[in-house]
Structures are given as structure tokens and as C-alpha cells.
Write a protein that binds this ligand. Structure first.
Ligand code: ZN
Ligand code: ZN
Length: 543
């Protein structure tokens, strides 16, 4: 007659009797010979909850409603009981381990769905071809349920379809690289260095673009002067267009050979701003800045330093990696230079006017600043059939140039009081004014030059510390409005579509804006010309 084993040995006997269940690892871990995998014991889960408590608005037990919150408390209770079980020396057998797995929250058991699926272990088989039992896969499933980056963006996105597991961290592929030649700005107020950088292959949802043209825009110049906060070293350049060279996993919207406008705001599609239709103000894009969505960089200099890309682009480079959301395909009859300018100055300028609420044909419009964006505000006002378009600048040659894009009147602010001049020309004040330069003085002038009920639109970016002295009594009594406008008020891709149509039908002059062409090596000379206040736009062209 077989002797009945004590209870603590019965579980061990079951494990040895059934080696095919691959339970040895579990048993060994329970004996303390192997490290415990994450998520296999309730006390570890409870500890993680303490390390990463629920934050307001970011999910977690507190934000998931009373039922889920109760489930969270129950899970914490189970964790405490499991920990207590170990402290008293009670061991769980195979059935206990299976029960523990079943008790894991459904969210963890479902882990491995979406782009993290490759980590789940599904599809792994024994050598003889039979699938592994579920228990043997449990550690992989559990690990896949955690956000590997633990960053606020990925953690915030992990509940949605857009959650991405960085593949290099997931260990599913080795990191492949190529090279790109780029102008790198290491320090403000110093020249660029043309360097050969290592460039990682595109991650899921990213593409490689061979740059065709890059615009010389004042926003880059602000970074070079140290007026705008951007991590340095970086590759600057946010106004560009190019041809898709290769695509990363999961990209279907474009394919190699597609010619694209590049948006310097890659909108994620699932943040609060994107959901409200303000893709140009995407929170995820703002939070990750010059790095890619996963918070990492794709470029590395010869010293091994990661190099961010302005606007996730950095078009002052022969090739770049960017999110697919940056790409807007255009037909072959849109030149690379025109496509590049649509990427910033045309959309920012014309878009600001055509998307201004309540702007009616016959309105009077004053434009302060006639650089690349200002000229586009002028031609946007012309497209909207403004009755008078008053261009204001301090250079006569720029004012003359603005007449070619539709300005009906010009005011040199060096010679006369620009506010008084605009009010006289419009018979009491303009209906709409645009501060394209972006400074306390020009914003104040734009507001002061308005008539009753007028709207001032601030398009240009001032210094980060600047604020404008506005006459508050006049603001109230004249019922004036002041609007900020970033990247054309709405989704960049929507404005791109309008600009491409207007350009192809001959109603938008983009080719006439391009006055100078440079090679990449001439980038510092190009910005010296911009600083002097020459007409129109300069463009870096690539082969
Ligand atoms: Zn720009
Ligand atoms: Zn977003």
C-alpha cells in the first residue's frame, strides 16, 4: 500500500511525474533557485502599483471607474494573501500556479495584442512541433503587458491601438543603421558642422525620406541665436520635402518612391488635442519634441552622441527618419521646392488667413512683417478677396516685393507711425491684422491698428520670455479679439491639401517666393542672407 506523502511534497511529486508540462522552471523559482519573473507573484504586482500609482487623467484604478477600482483593490488583496502564503512557508503546487495565472487581471492576460504581439510568445512550439502549454508562455505574456519604456507618452498610449513596443528593446531585431550627411548645430551662435551621422533604420510607423529641398526659415534662425529652446546638438530644418526611400514595419500610407511634403508637427491621432480636431497642436508631438514618439533619437554622431531632429524631421540632412504622420504625398507636378515651402511658410501664412474665423471678402487686412511667411499672409488675403491689404515692414525692397503678391498699400515702419498709417488707410482701423514678425512691439501695433470689432492674429513666434503691452480698456471697449495661430490654425495635412490644390490651379504663387538656392555646405551663408532681410525665400536643394 502506497504511503500518502505529506502535502508539501505532493506538489513536487506531481511536477516530477509530468516533466512534459515544462513546470520545472516554475518549481525551481518557487524553491528560490531561479529569479522570479515579473508578475508571477501578487506581492510584486502590489509593489509595482506602489511604484507607479494611478495618476489623474492617465488611467489607473482611480481613473477607471468604481468597478475597475474595486477590482484593483481585490487584486491588491490577492497579492497580499499570496505574499502572506509564502511568509508562512505554504507552497503552491502546479494547480495553484495555474490558478494564480488565471487570477491575473484580464488586461495582463490579454497582453501581447497589438504591436507588442511578437513578445507574447504565441506561436512558440516544442521541438516536435506541438504548441507549448499556456503556463510555459505565461512569463512572456506578463512581460509583454508592461510598457517597456515606462515613459509618460508610451504609458499613456498603452491602452490604445497606437502603443508601440520599441523593437530594439523588445529584442526582436538587431538595430540596423545606414549613414546620412547632415548639418549639425552643436552650440548656439556657432557655425554648423557638416557630418556623416549613423542613422537607425525606421522603427514601426516610421519612414526614411531622401530630402529634396529644405527651406531657410526664421524659426531655425531663432534656435541658432539661442532664442528658442531646443536640445543641442540637433539637426535643424523643419521646412522640407522629399522622396520616401524605405518604410518601417506597419507603414501602409506611403511606399518607396512617394514624393511628400513633410509636416513639422507629426500628430499622434489619439491625444486630447488630436481628438478635438487640433492636430496642429498635438500633445504627444509637443511632449516628445525633437525626439521620435518613443522618446529616442535615430541619429548618432561619430562620438556616439544621439542627435535629435527639429520637428522630428531635421531636413538639413540628405536623408532622415521621421514618423509616417509627417508625410503628405503630392503629385509629380508639385516641385520639391514648392512642396518644401508648403511644409512651413505657405501653410503658416496662407493657412492663417484662409482659416481665420469670420474673415469675409471685402475685409481690410494689415500685415506686419513681409518675410517668407508675411508674403504668404499677403497672398492669402488676396485669395480671400480682401479689399485692402496693407503690408508693413522696415525694408522698402520687401514692401515692393510684397506688392507682387497682392499688397494694395505699403507702410515703411521706419519712416512713419505704422499704427496711424493703417488706421488712416482703412478709415478707422483694419478688420484683421496679422503680426507675422512676432515681438511685443509688432503685436501691440497689430492690436492698436484694428478698428472696432477687429481681430489681431499673432502668427510669428516671439522670444520665450516676451509679453506684449496691450491697452486693455481699448480691447474691451472696441471689442477686439487677439488670436494665436500655429501652423495655419488646423490640421497641417488639411491645409497642405488646400495649398496643393491652389498651387496646381495657378492661384498660389510659390515658385515666385524662391529667390535663392544653396547647397547644404552653404547653410551658414544662407542664414546670414536671411538675417540681412533679403526678399523671398532661400532653399537648400539636394541631388
Ligand atoms: Zn518655418
Ligand atoms: Zn496627438
Amino acid at each position: 500500500m502506497a504511503r500518502r506523502l505529506p502535502r508539501r511534497l505532493r506538489a513536487r511529486r506531481r511536477l516530477h511525474d509530468r516533466p512534459g508540462r515544462r513546470l520545472r522552471g516554475v518549481a525551481e523559482r518557487r524553491r528560490g533557485r531561479l529569479p522570479l519573473p515579473h508578475g508571477r507573484h501578487g506581492d510584486r504586482r502590489a509593489a509595482r502599483r506602489v511604484r507607479h500609482p494611478a495618476r489623474p487623467g492617465r488611467g489607473g484604478a482611480a481613473a477607471r471607474g468604481p468597478h475597475r477600482a474595486a477590482a484593483g483593490r481585490a487584486a491588491a488583496g490577492r497579492g497580499a494573501r499570496a505574499a502572506a502564503g509564502r511568509r508562512t512557508g505554504r507552497r503552491r503546487g502546479a494547480r495553484g500556479a495555474a490558478r494564480l495565472r488565471q487570477r491575473r487581471p484580464r488586461r495582463q492576460r490579454r497582453a501581447g495584442l497589438g504591436l507588442g504581439r511578437h513578445r507574447s510568445g504565441r506561436g512558440r512550439r516544442r521541438r516536435d512541433g506541438r504548441p507549448l502549454p499556456a503556463l510555459a508562455l505565461a512569463p512572456a505574456l506578463t512581460r509583454a503587458g508592461r510598457c517597456p519604456a515606462r515613459g509618460p507618452i508610451l504609458c499613456g498610449a498603452s491602452r490604445g491601438a497606437a502603443h508601440r513596443v520599441p523593437p530594439d528593446r523588445a529584442g526582436t531585431r538587431s538595430v540596423m543603421t545606414s549613414t546620412t550627411r547632415a548639418a549639425v548645430l552643436y552650440r548656439a551662435n556657432e557655425p554648423h558642422r557638416i557630418r556623416e551621422l549613423q542613422m537607425e533604420d525606421p522603427h514601426p510607423g516610421e519612414v526614411v525620406v531622401r530630402v529634396g529641398a529644405a527651406g531657410i526659415c526664421a524659426s531655425d534662425h531663432h534656435v541658432m541665436q539661442g532664442m528658442t529652446a531646443l536640445p543641442l546638438p540637433s539637426v535643424l530644418g523643419h521646412e522640407g520635402a522629399g522622396t520616401v526611400e524605405s518604410v518601417g514595419p506597419g507603414v501602409t500610407a506611403v511606399q518607396p518612391g512617394d514624393r511628400c511634403i513633410l509636416s513639422f508637427v507629426s500628430n499622434c491621432g489619439h491625444c486630447s488635442s488630436c481628438r478635438r480636431g487640433r492636430a496642429n497642436l498635438c500633445d504627444t508631438n509637443a511632449a516628445t519634441g525633437a525626439r521620435q514618439y518613443d522618446g529616442t533619437t535615430r541619429l548618432t554622431d561619430p562620438e556616439g552622441v544621439g542627435i535629435p531632429q527639429m520637428g522630428k524631421l531635421g531636413v538639413f540632412a540628405e536623408r532622415l527618419v521621421c514618423p509616417i504622420q509627417a508625410c503628405y504625398p503630392v503629385p509629380d507636378d508639385v516641385s520639391m521646392e514648392a512642396a518644401a515651402l508648403i511644409g512651413c511658410c505657405v501653410t503658416t501664412g496662407v493657412g492663417a488667413v484662409v482659416n481665420t474665423p469670420e474673415l469675409q471678402p471685402g475685409s481690410t487686412v494689415a500685415v506686419f512683417g513681409c518675410g517668407g511667411v508675411g508674403l504668404n499672409v499677403v497672398q492669402g488675403a488676396a485669395l480671400m478677396n480682401a479689399a485692402r491689404i496693407i503690408a508693413v515692414d522696415i525694408h522698402d525692397h520687401k514692401l515692393d516685393f510684397a506688392r507682387g503678391f497682392g499688397a494694395t498699400d505699403t507702410v515703411n515702419a521706419r519712416d512713419v507711425d505704422s499704427v496711424k498709417a493703417v488706421r488712416e488707410l482703412t478709415g478707422g482701423g483694419a478688420d484683421f491684422s496679422y503680426d507675422v514678425f512676432g515681438s511685443p512691439e509688432t503685436t501691440r501695433n497689430a492690436v492698436d491698428s484694428l478698428g472696432k470689432g477687429g481681430t489681431a492674429v499673432v502668427v510669428g513666434l516671439a522670444g520665450v520670455e516676451d509679453s506684449a503691452p496691450i491697452n486693455l480698456v481699448d480691447l474691451v471697449r472696441a471689442q477686439k479679439r487677439i488670436l494665436g495661430c500655429y501652423y495655419g490654425f488646423v490640421s497641417p495635412h488639411e491645409t497642405f491639401r488646400t495649398m496643393v490644390d491652389l498651387y496646381r490651379s495657378g492661384r498660389l504663387d510659390i515658385d515666385g517666393l524662391v529667390q535663392r538656392r544653396y547647397r547644404l555646405e552653404q547653410i551658414d551663408a544662407a542664414y546670414a542672407v536671411l538675417a540681412r532681410g533679403e526678399n523671398g525665400r532661400g532653399v537648400i536643394v539636394f541631388d
